[in-house]
Design a protein around this ligand. Structure first.
Ligand SMILES: Cc1cc2nc3c(=O)[nH]c(=O)nc-3n(C[C@H](O)[C@H](O)[C@H](O)COP(=O)(O)O)c2cc1C
Length: 210
């Protein structure tokens, strides 16, 4: 598949078939992940691949609890139909064949704190840390798309991070950032609906009222 077709039709797939995902496809997705760029080539990513039905059940349960906290407190409420759809997907999440937990390894960082720039350095370190794992996630999503697999990212486990760490035996220098749920879609891939780039692109300098 052409890379632009993959990019233009990369949408969240929340309704996923139970059909198992071939191991070679999981490995291809992971090998695409680790080709991503990272600050100073620190490659601070780690992945936990979960297929065990019992563990997926526990992850799905933590996620569902987190999601209801998030959804209840959302300032802009989801319309009832959309909320029902999301709750149905959360209810079935444990059936998704593969979950890959994307983690940040806090020990893999480059520290540089020039005198007089301590605050800016700390900010830079924090931004670079997260920005050094999310390109790997994007590679995974694109690789999955090219293999006709759908992905659903969830982060609701972060409301119960200690419990989640305990479940998966995650040490404290590893941050579990996102769950990438992967499998064959029940529906079809469609063009992603986004604001056009002309609305968000400034030429030469910041322009108000584009
Ligand atoms: C960093 C990140 C976190 C996300 N977290 C969630 C999540 O917790 N639950 C969820 O249903 N979707 C999550 N998503 C998916 C977005 O909601 C989705 O990409 C966005 O609404 C656009 O919809 P589309 O991908 O279907 O076009 C996340 C996406 C990103 C990039």
């Amino acid at each position: 598949m052409d890379v632009f077709e993959a990019i233009d039709t990369l949408i969240s797939i929340r309704r996923i078939k139970d059909t198992p995902v071939e191991e070679w496809k999981i490995e291809r997705i992971l090998s695409a992940a680790v080709k991503a760029p990272s600050g100073a080539n620190t490659q601070p990513w780690e992945f936990i691949v979960v297929k065990d039905p019992e563990v997926k059940k526990r992850i799905a349960e933590i996620n569902r609890r987190g999601a209801s906290i998030y959804l209840e407190a959302r300032i802009v409420k989801l319309e009832p139909k959309r909320r029902q759809y999301l709750e149905d997907c959360l209810q079935r999440m444990h059936n998704i064949p593969v979950m890959i937990i994307l983690c940040l390894n806090r020990e893999k960082k480059l520290v540089s704190r020039p005198k007089g720039f301590e605050e800016a350095s700390r900010k830079m370190e924090e931004i670079v840390a997260y920005a050094s794992v999310f390109p790997a996630m994007q590679n995974m999503l694109l690789a999955a798309r090219a293999l006709e697999l759908g992905c659903w990212i969830t982060m609701y486990h972060l409301y119960f991070e200690d419990e989640f760490r305990h479940l998966l035996n995650i040490p404290n220098y590893i941050e579990p950032l996102a769950i990438i749920n992967i499998g064959y879609p029940k529906g079809r891939f469609k063009p992603a609906q986004r604001r056009p780039y002309t609305e968000v692109t400034h030429r030469e300098r910041w322009e108000k009222n584009l």
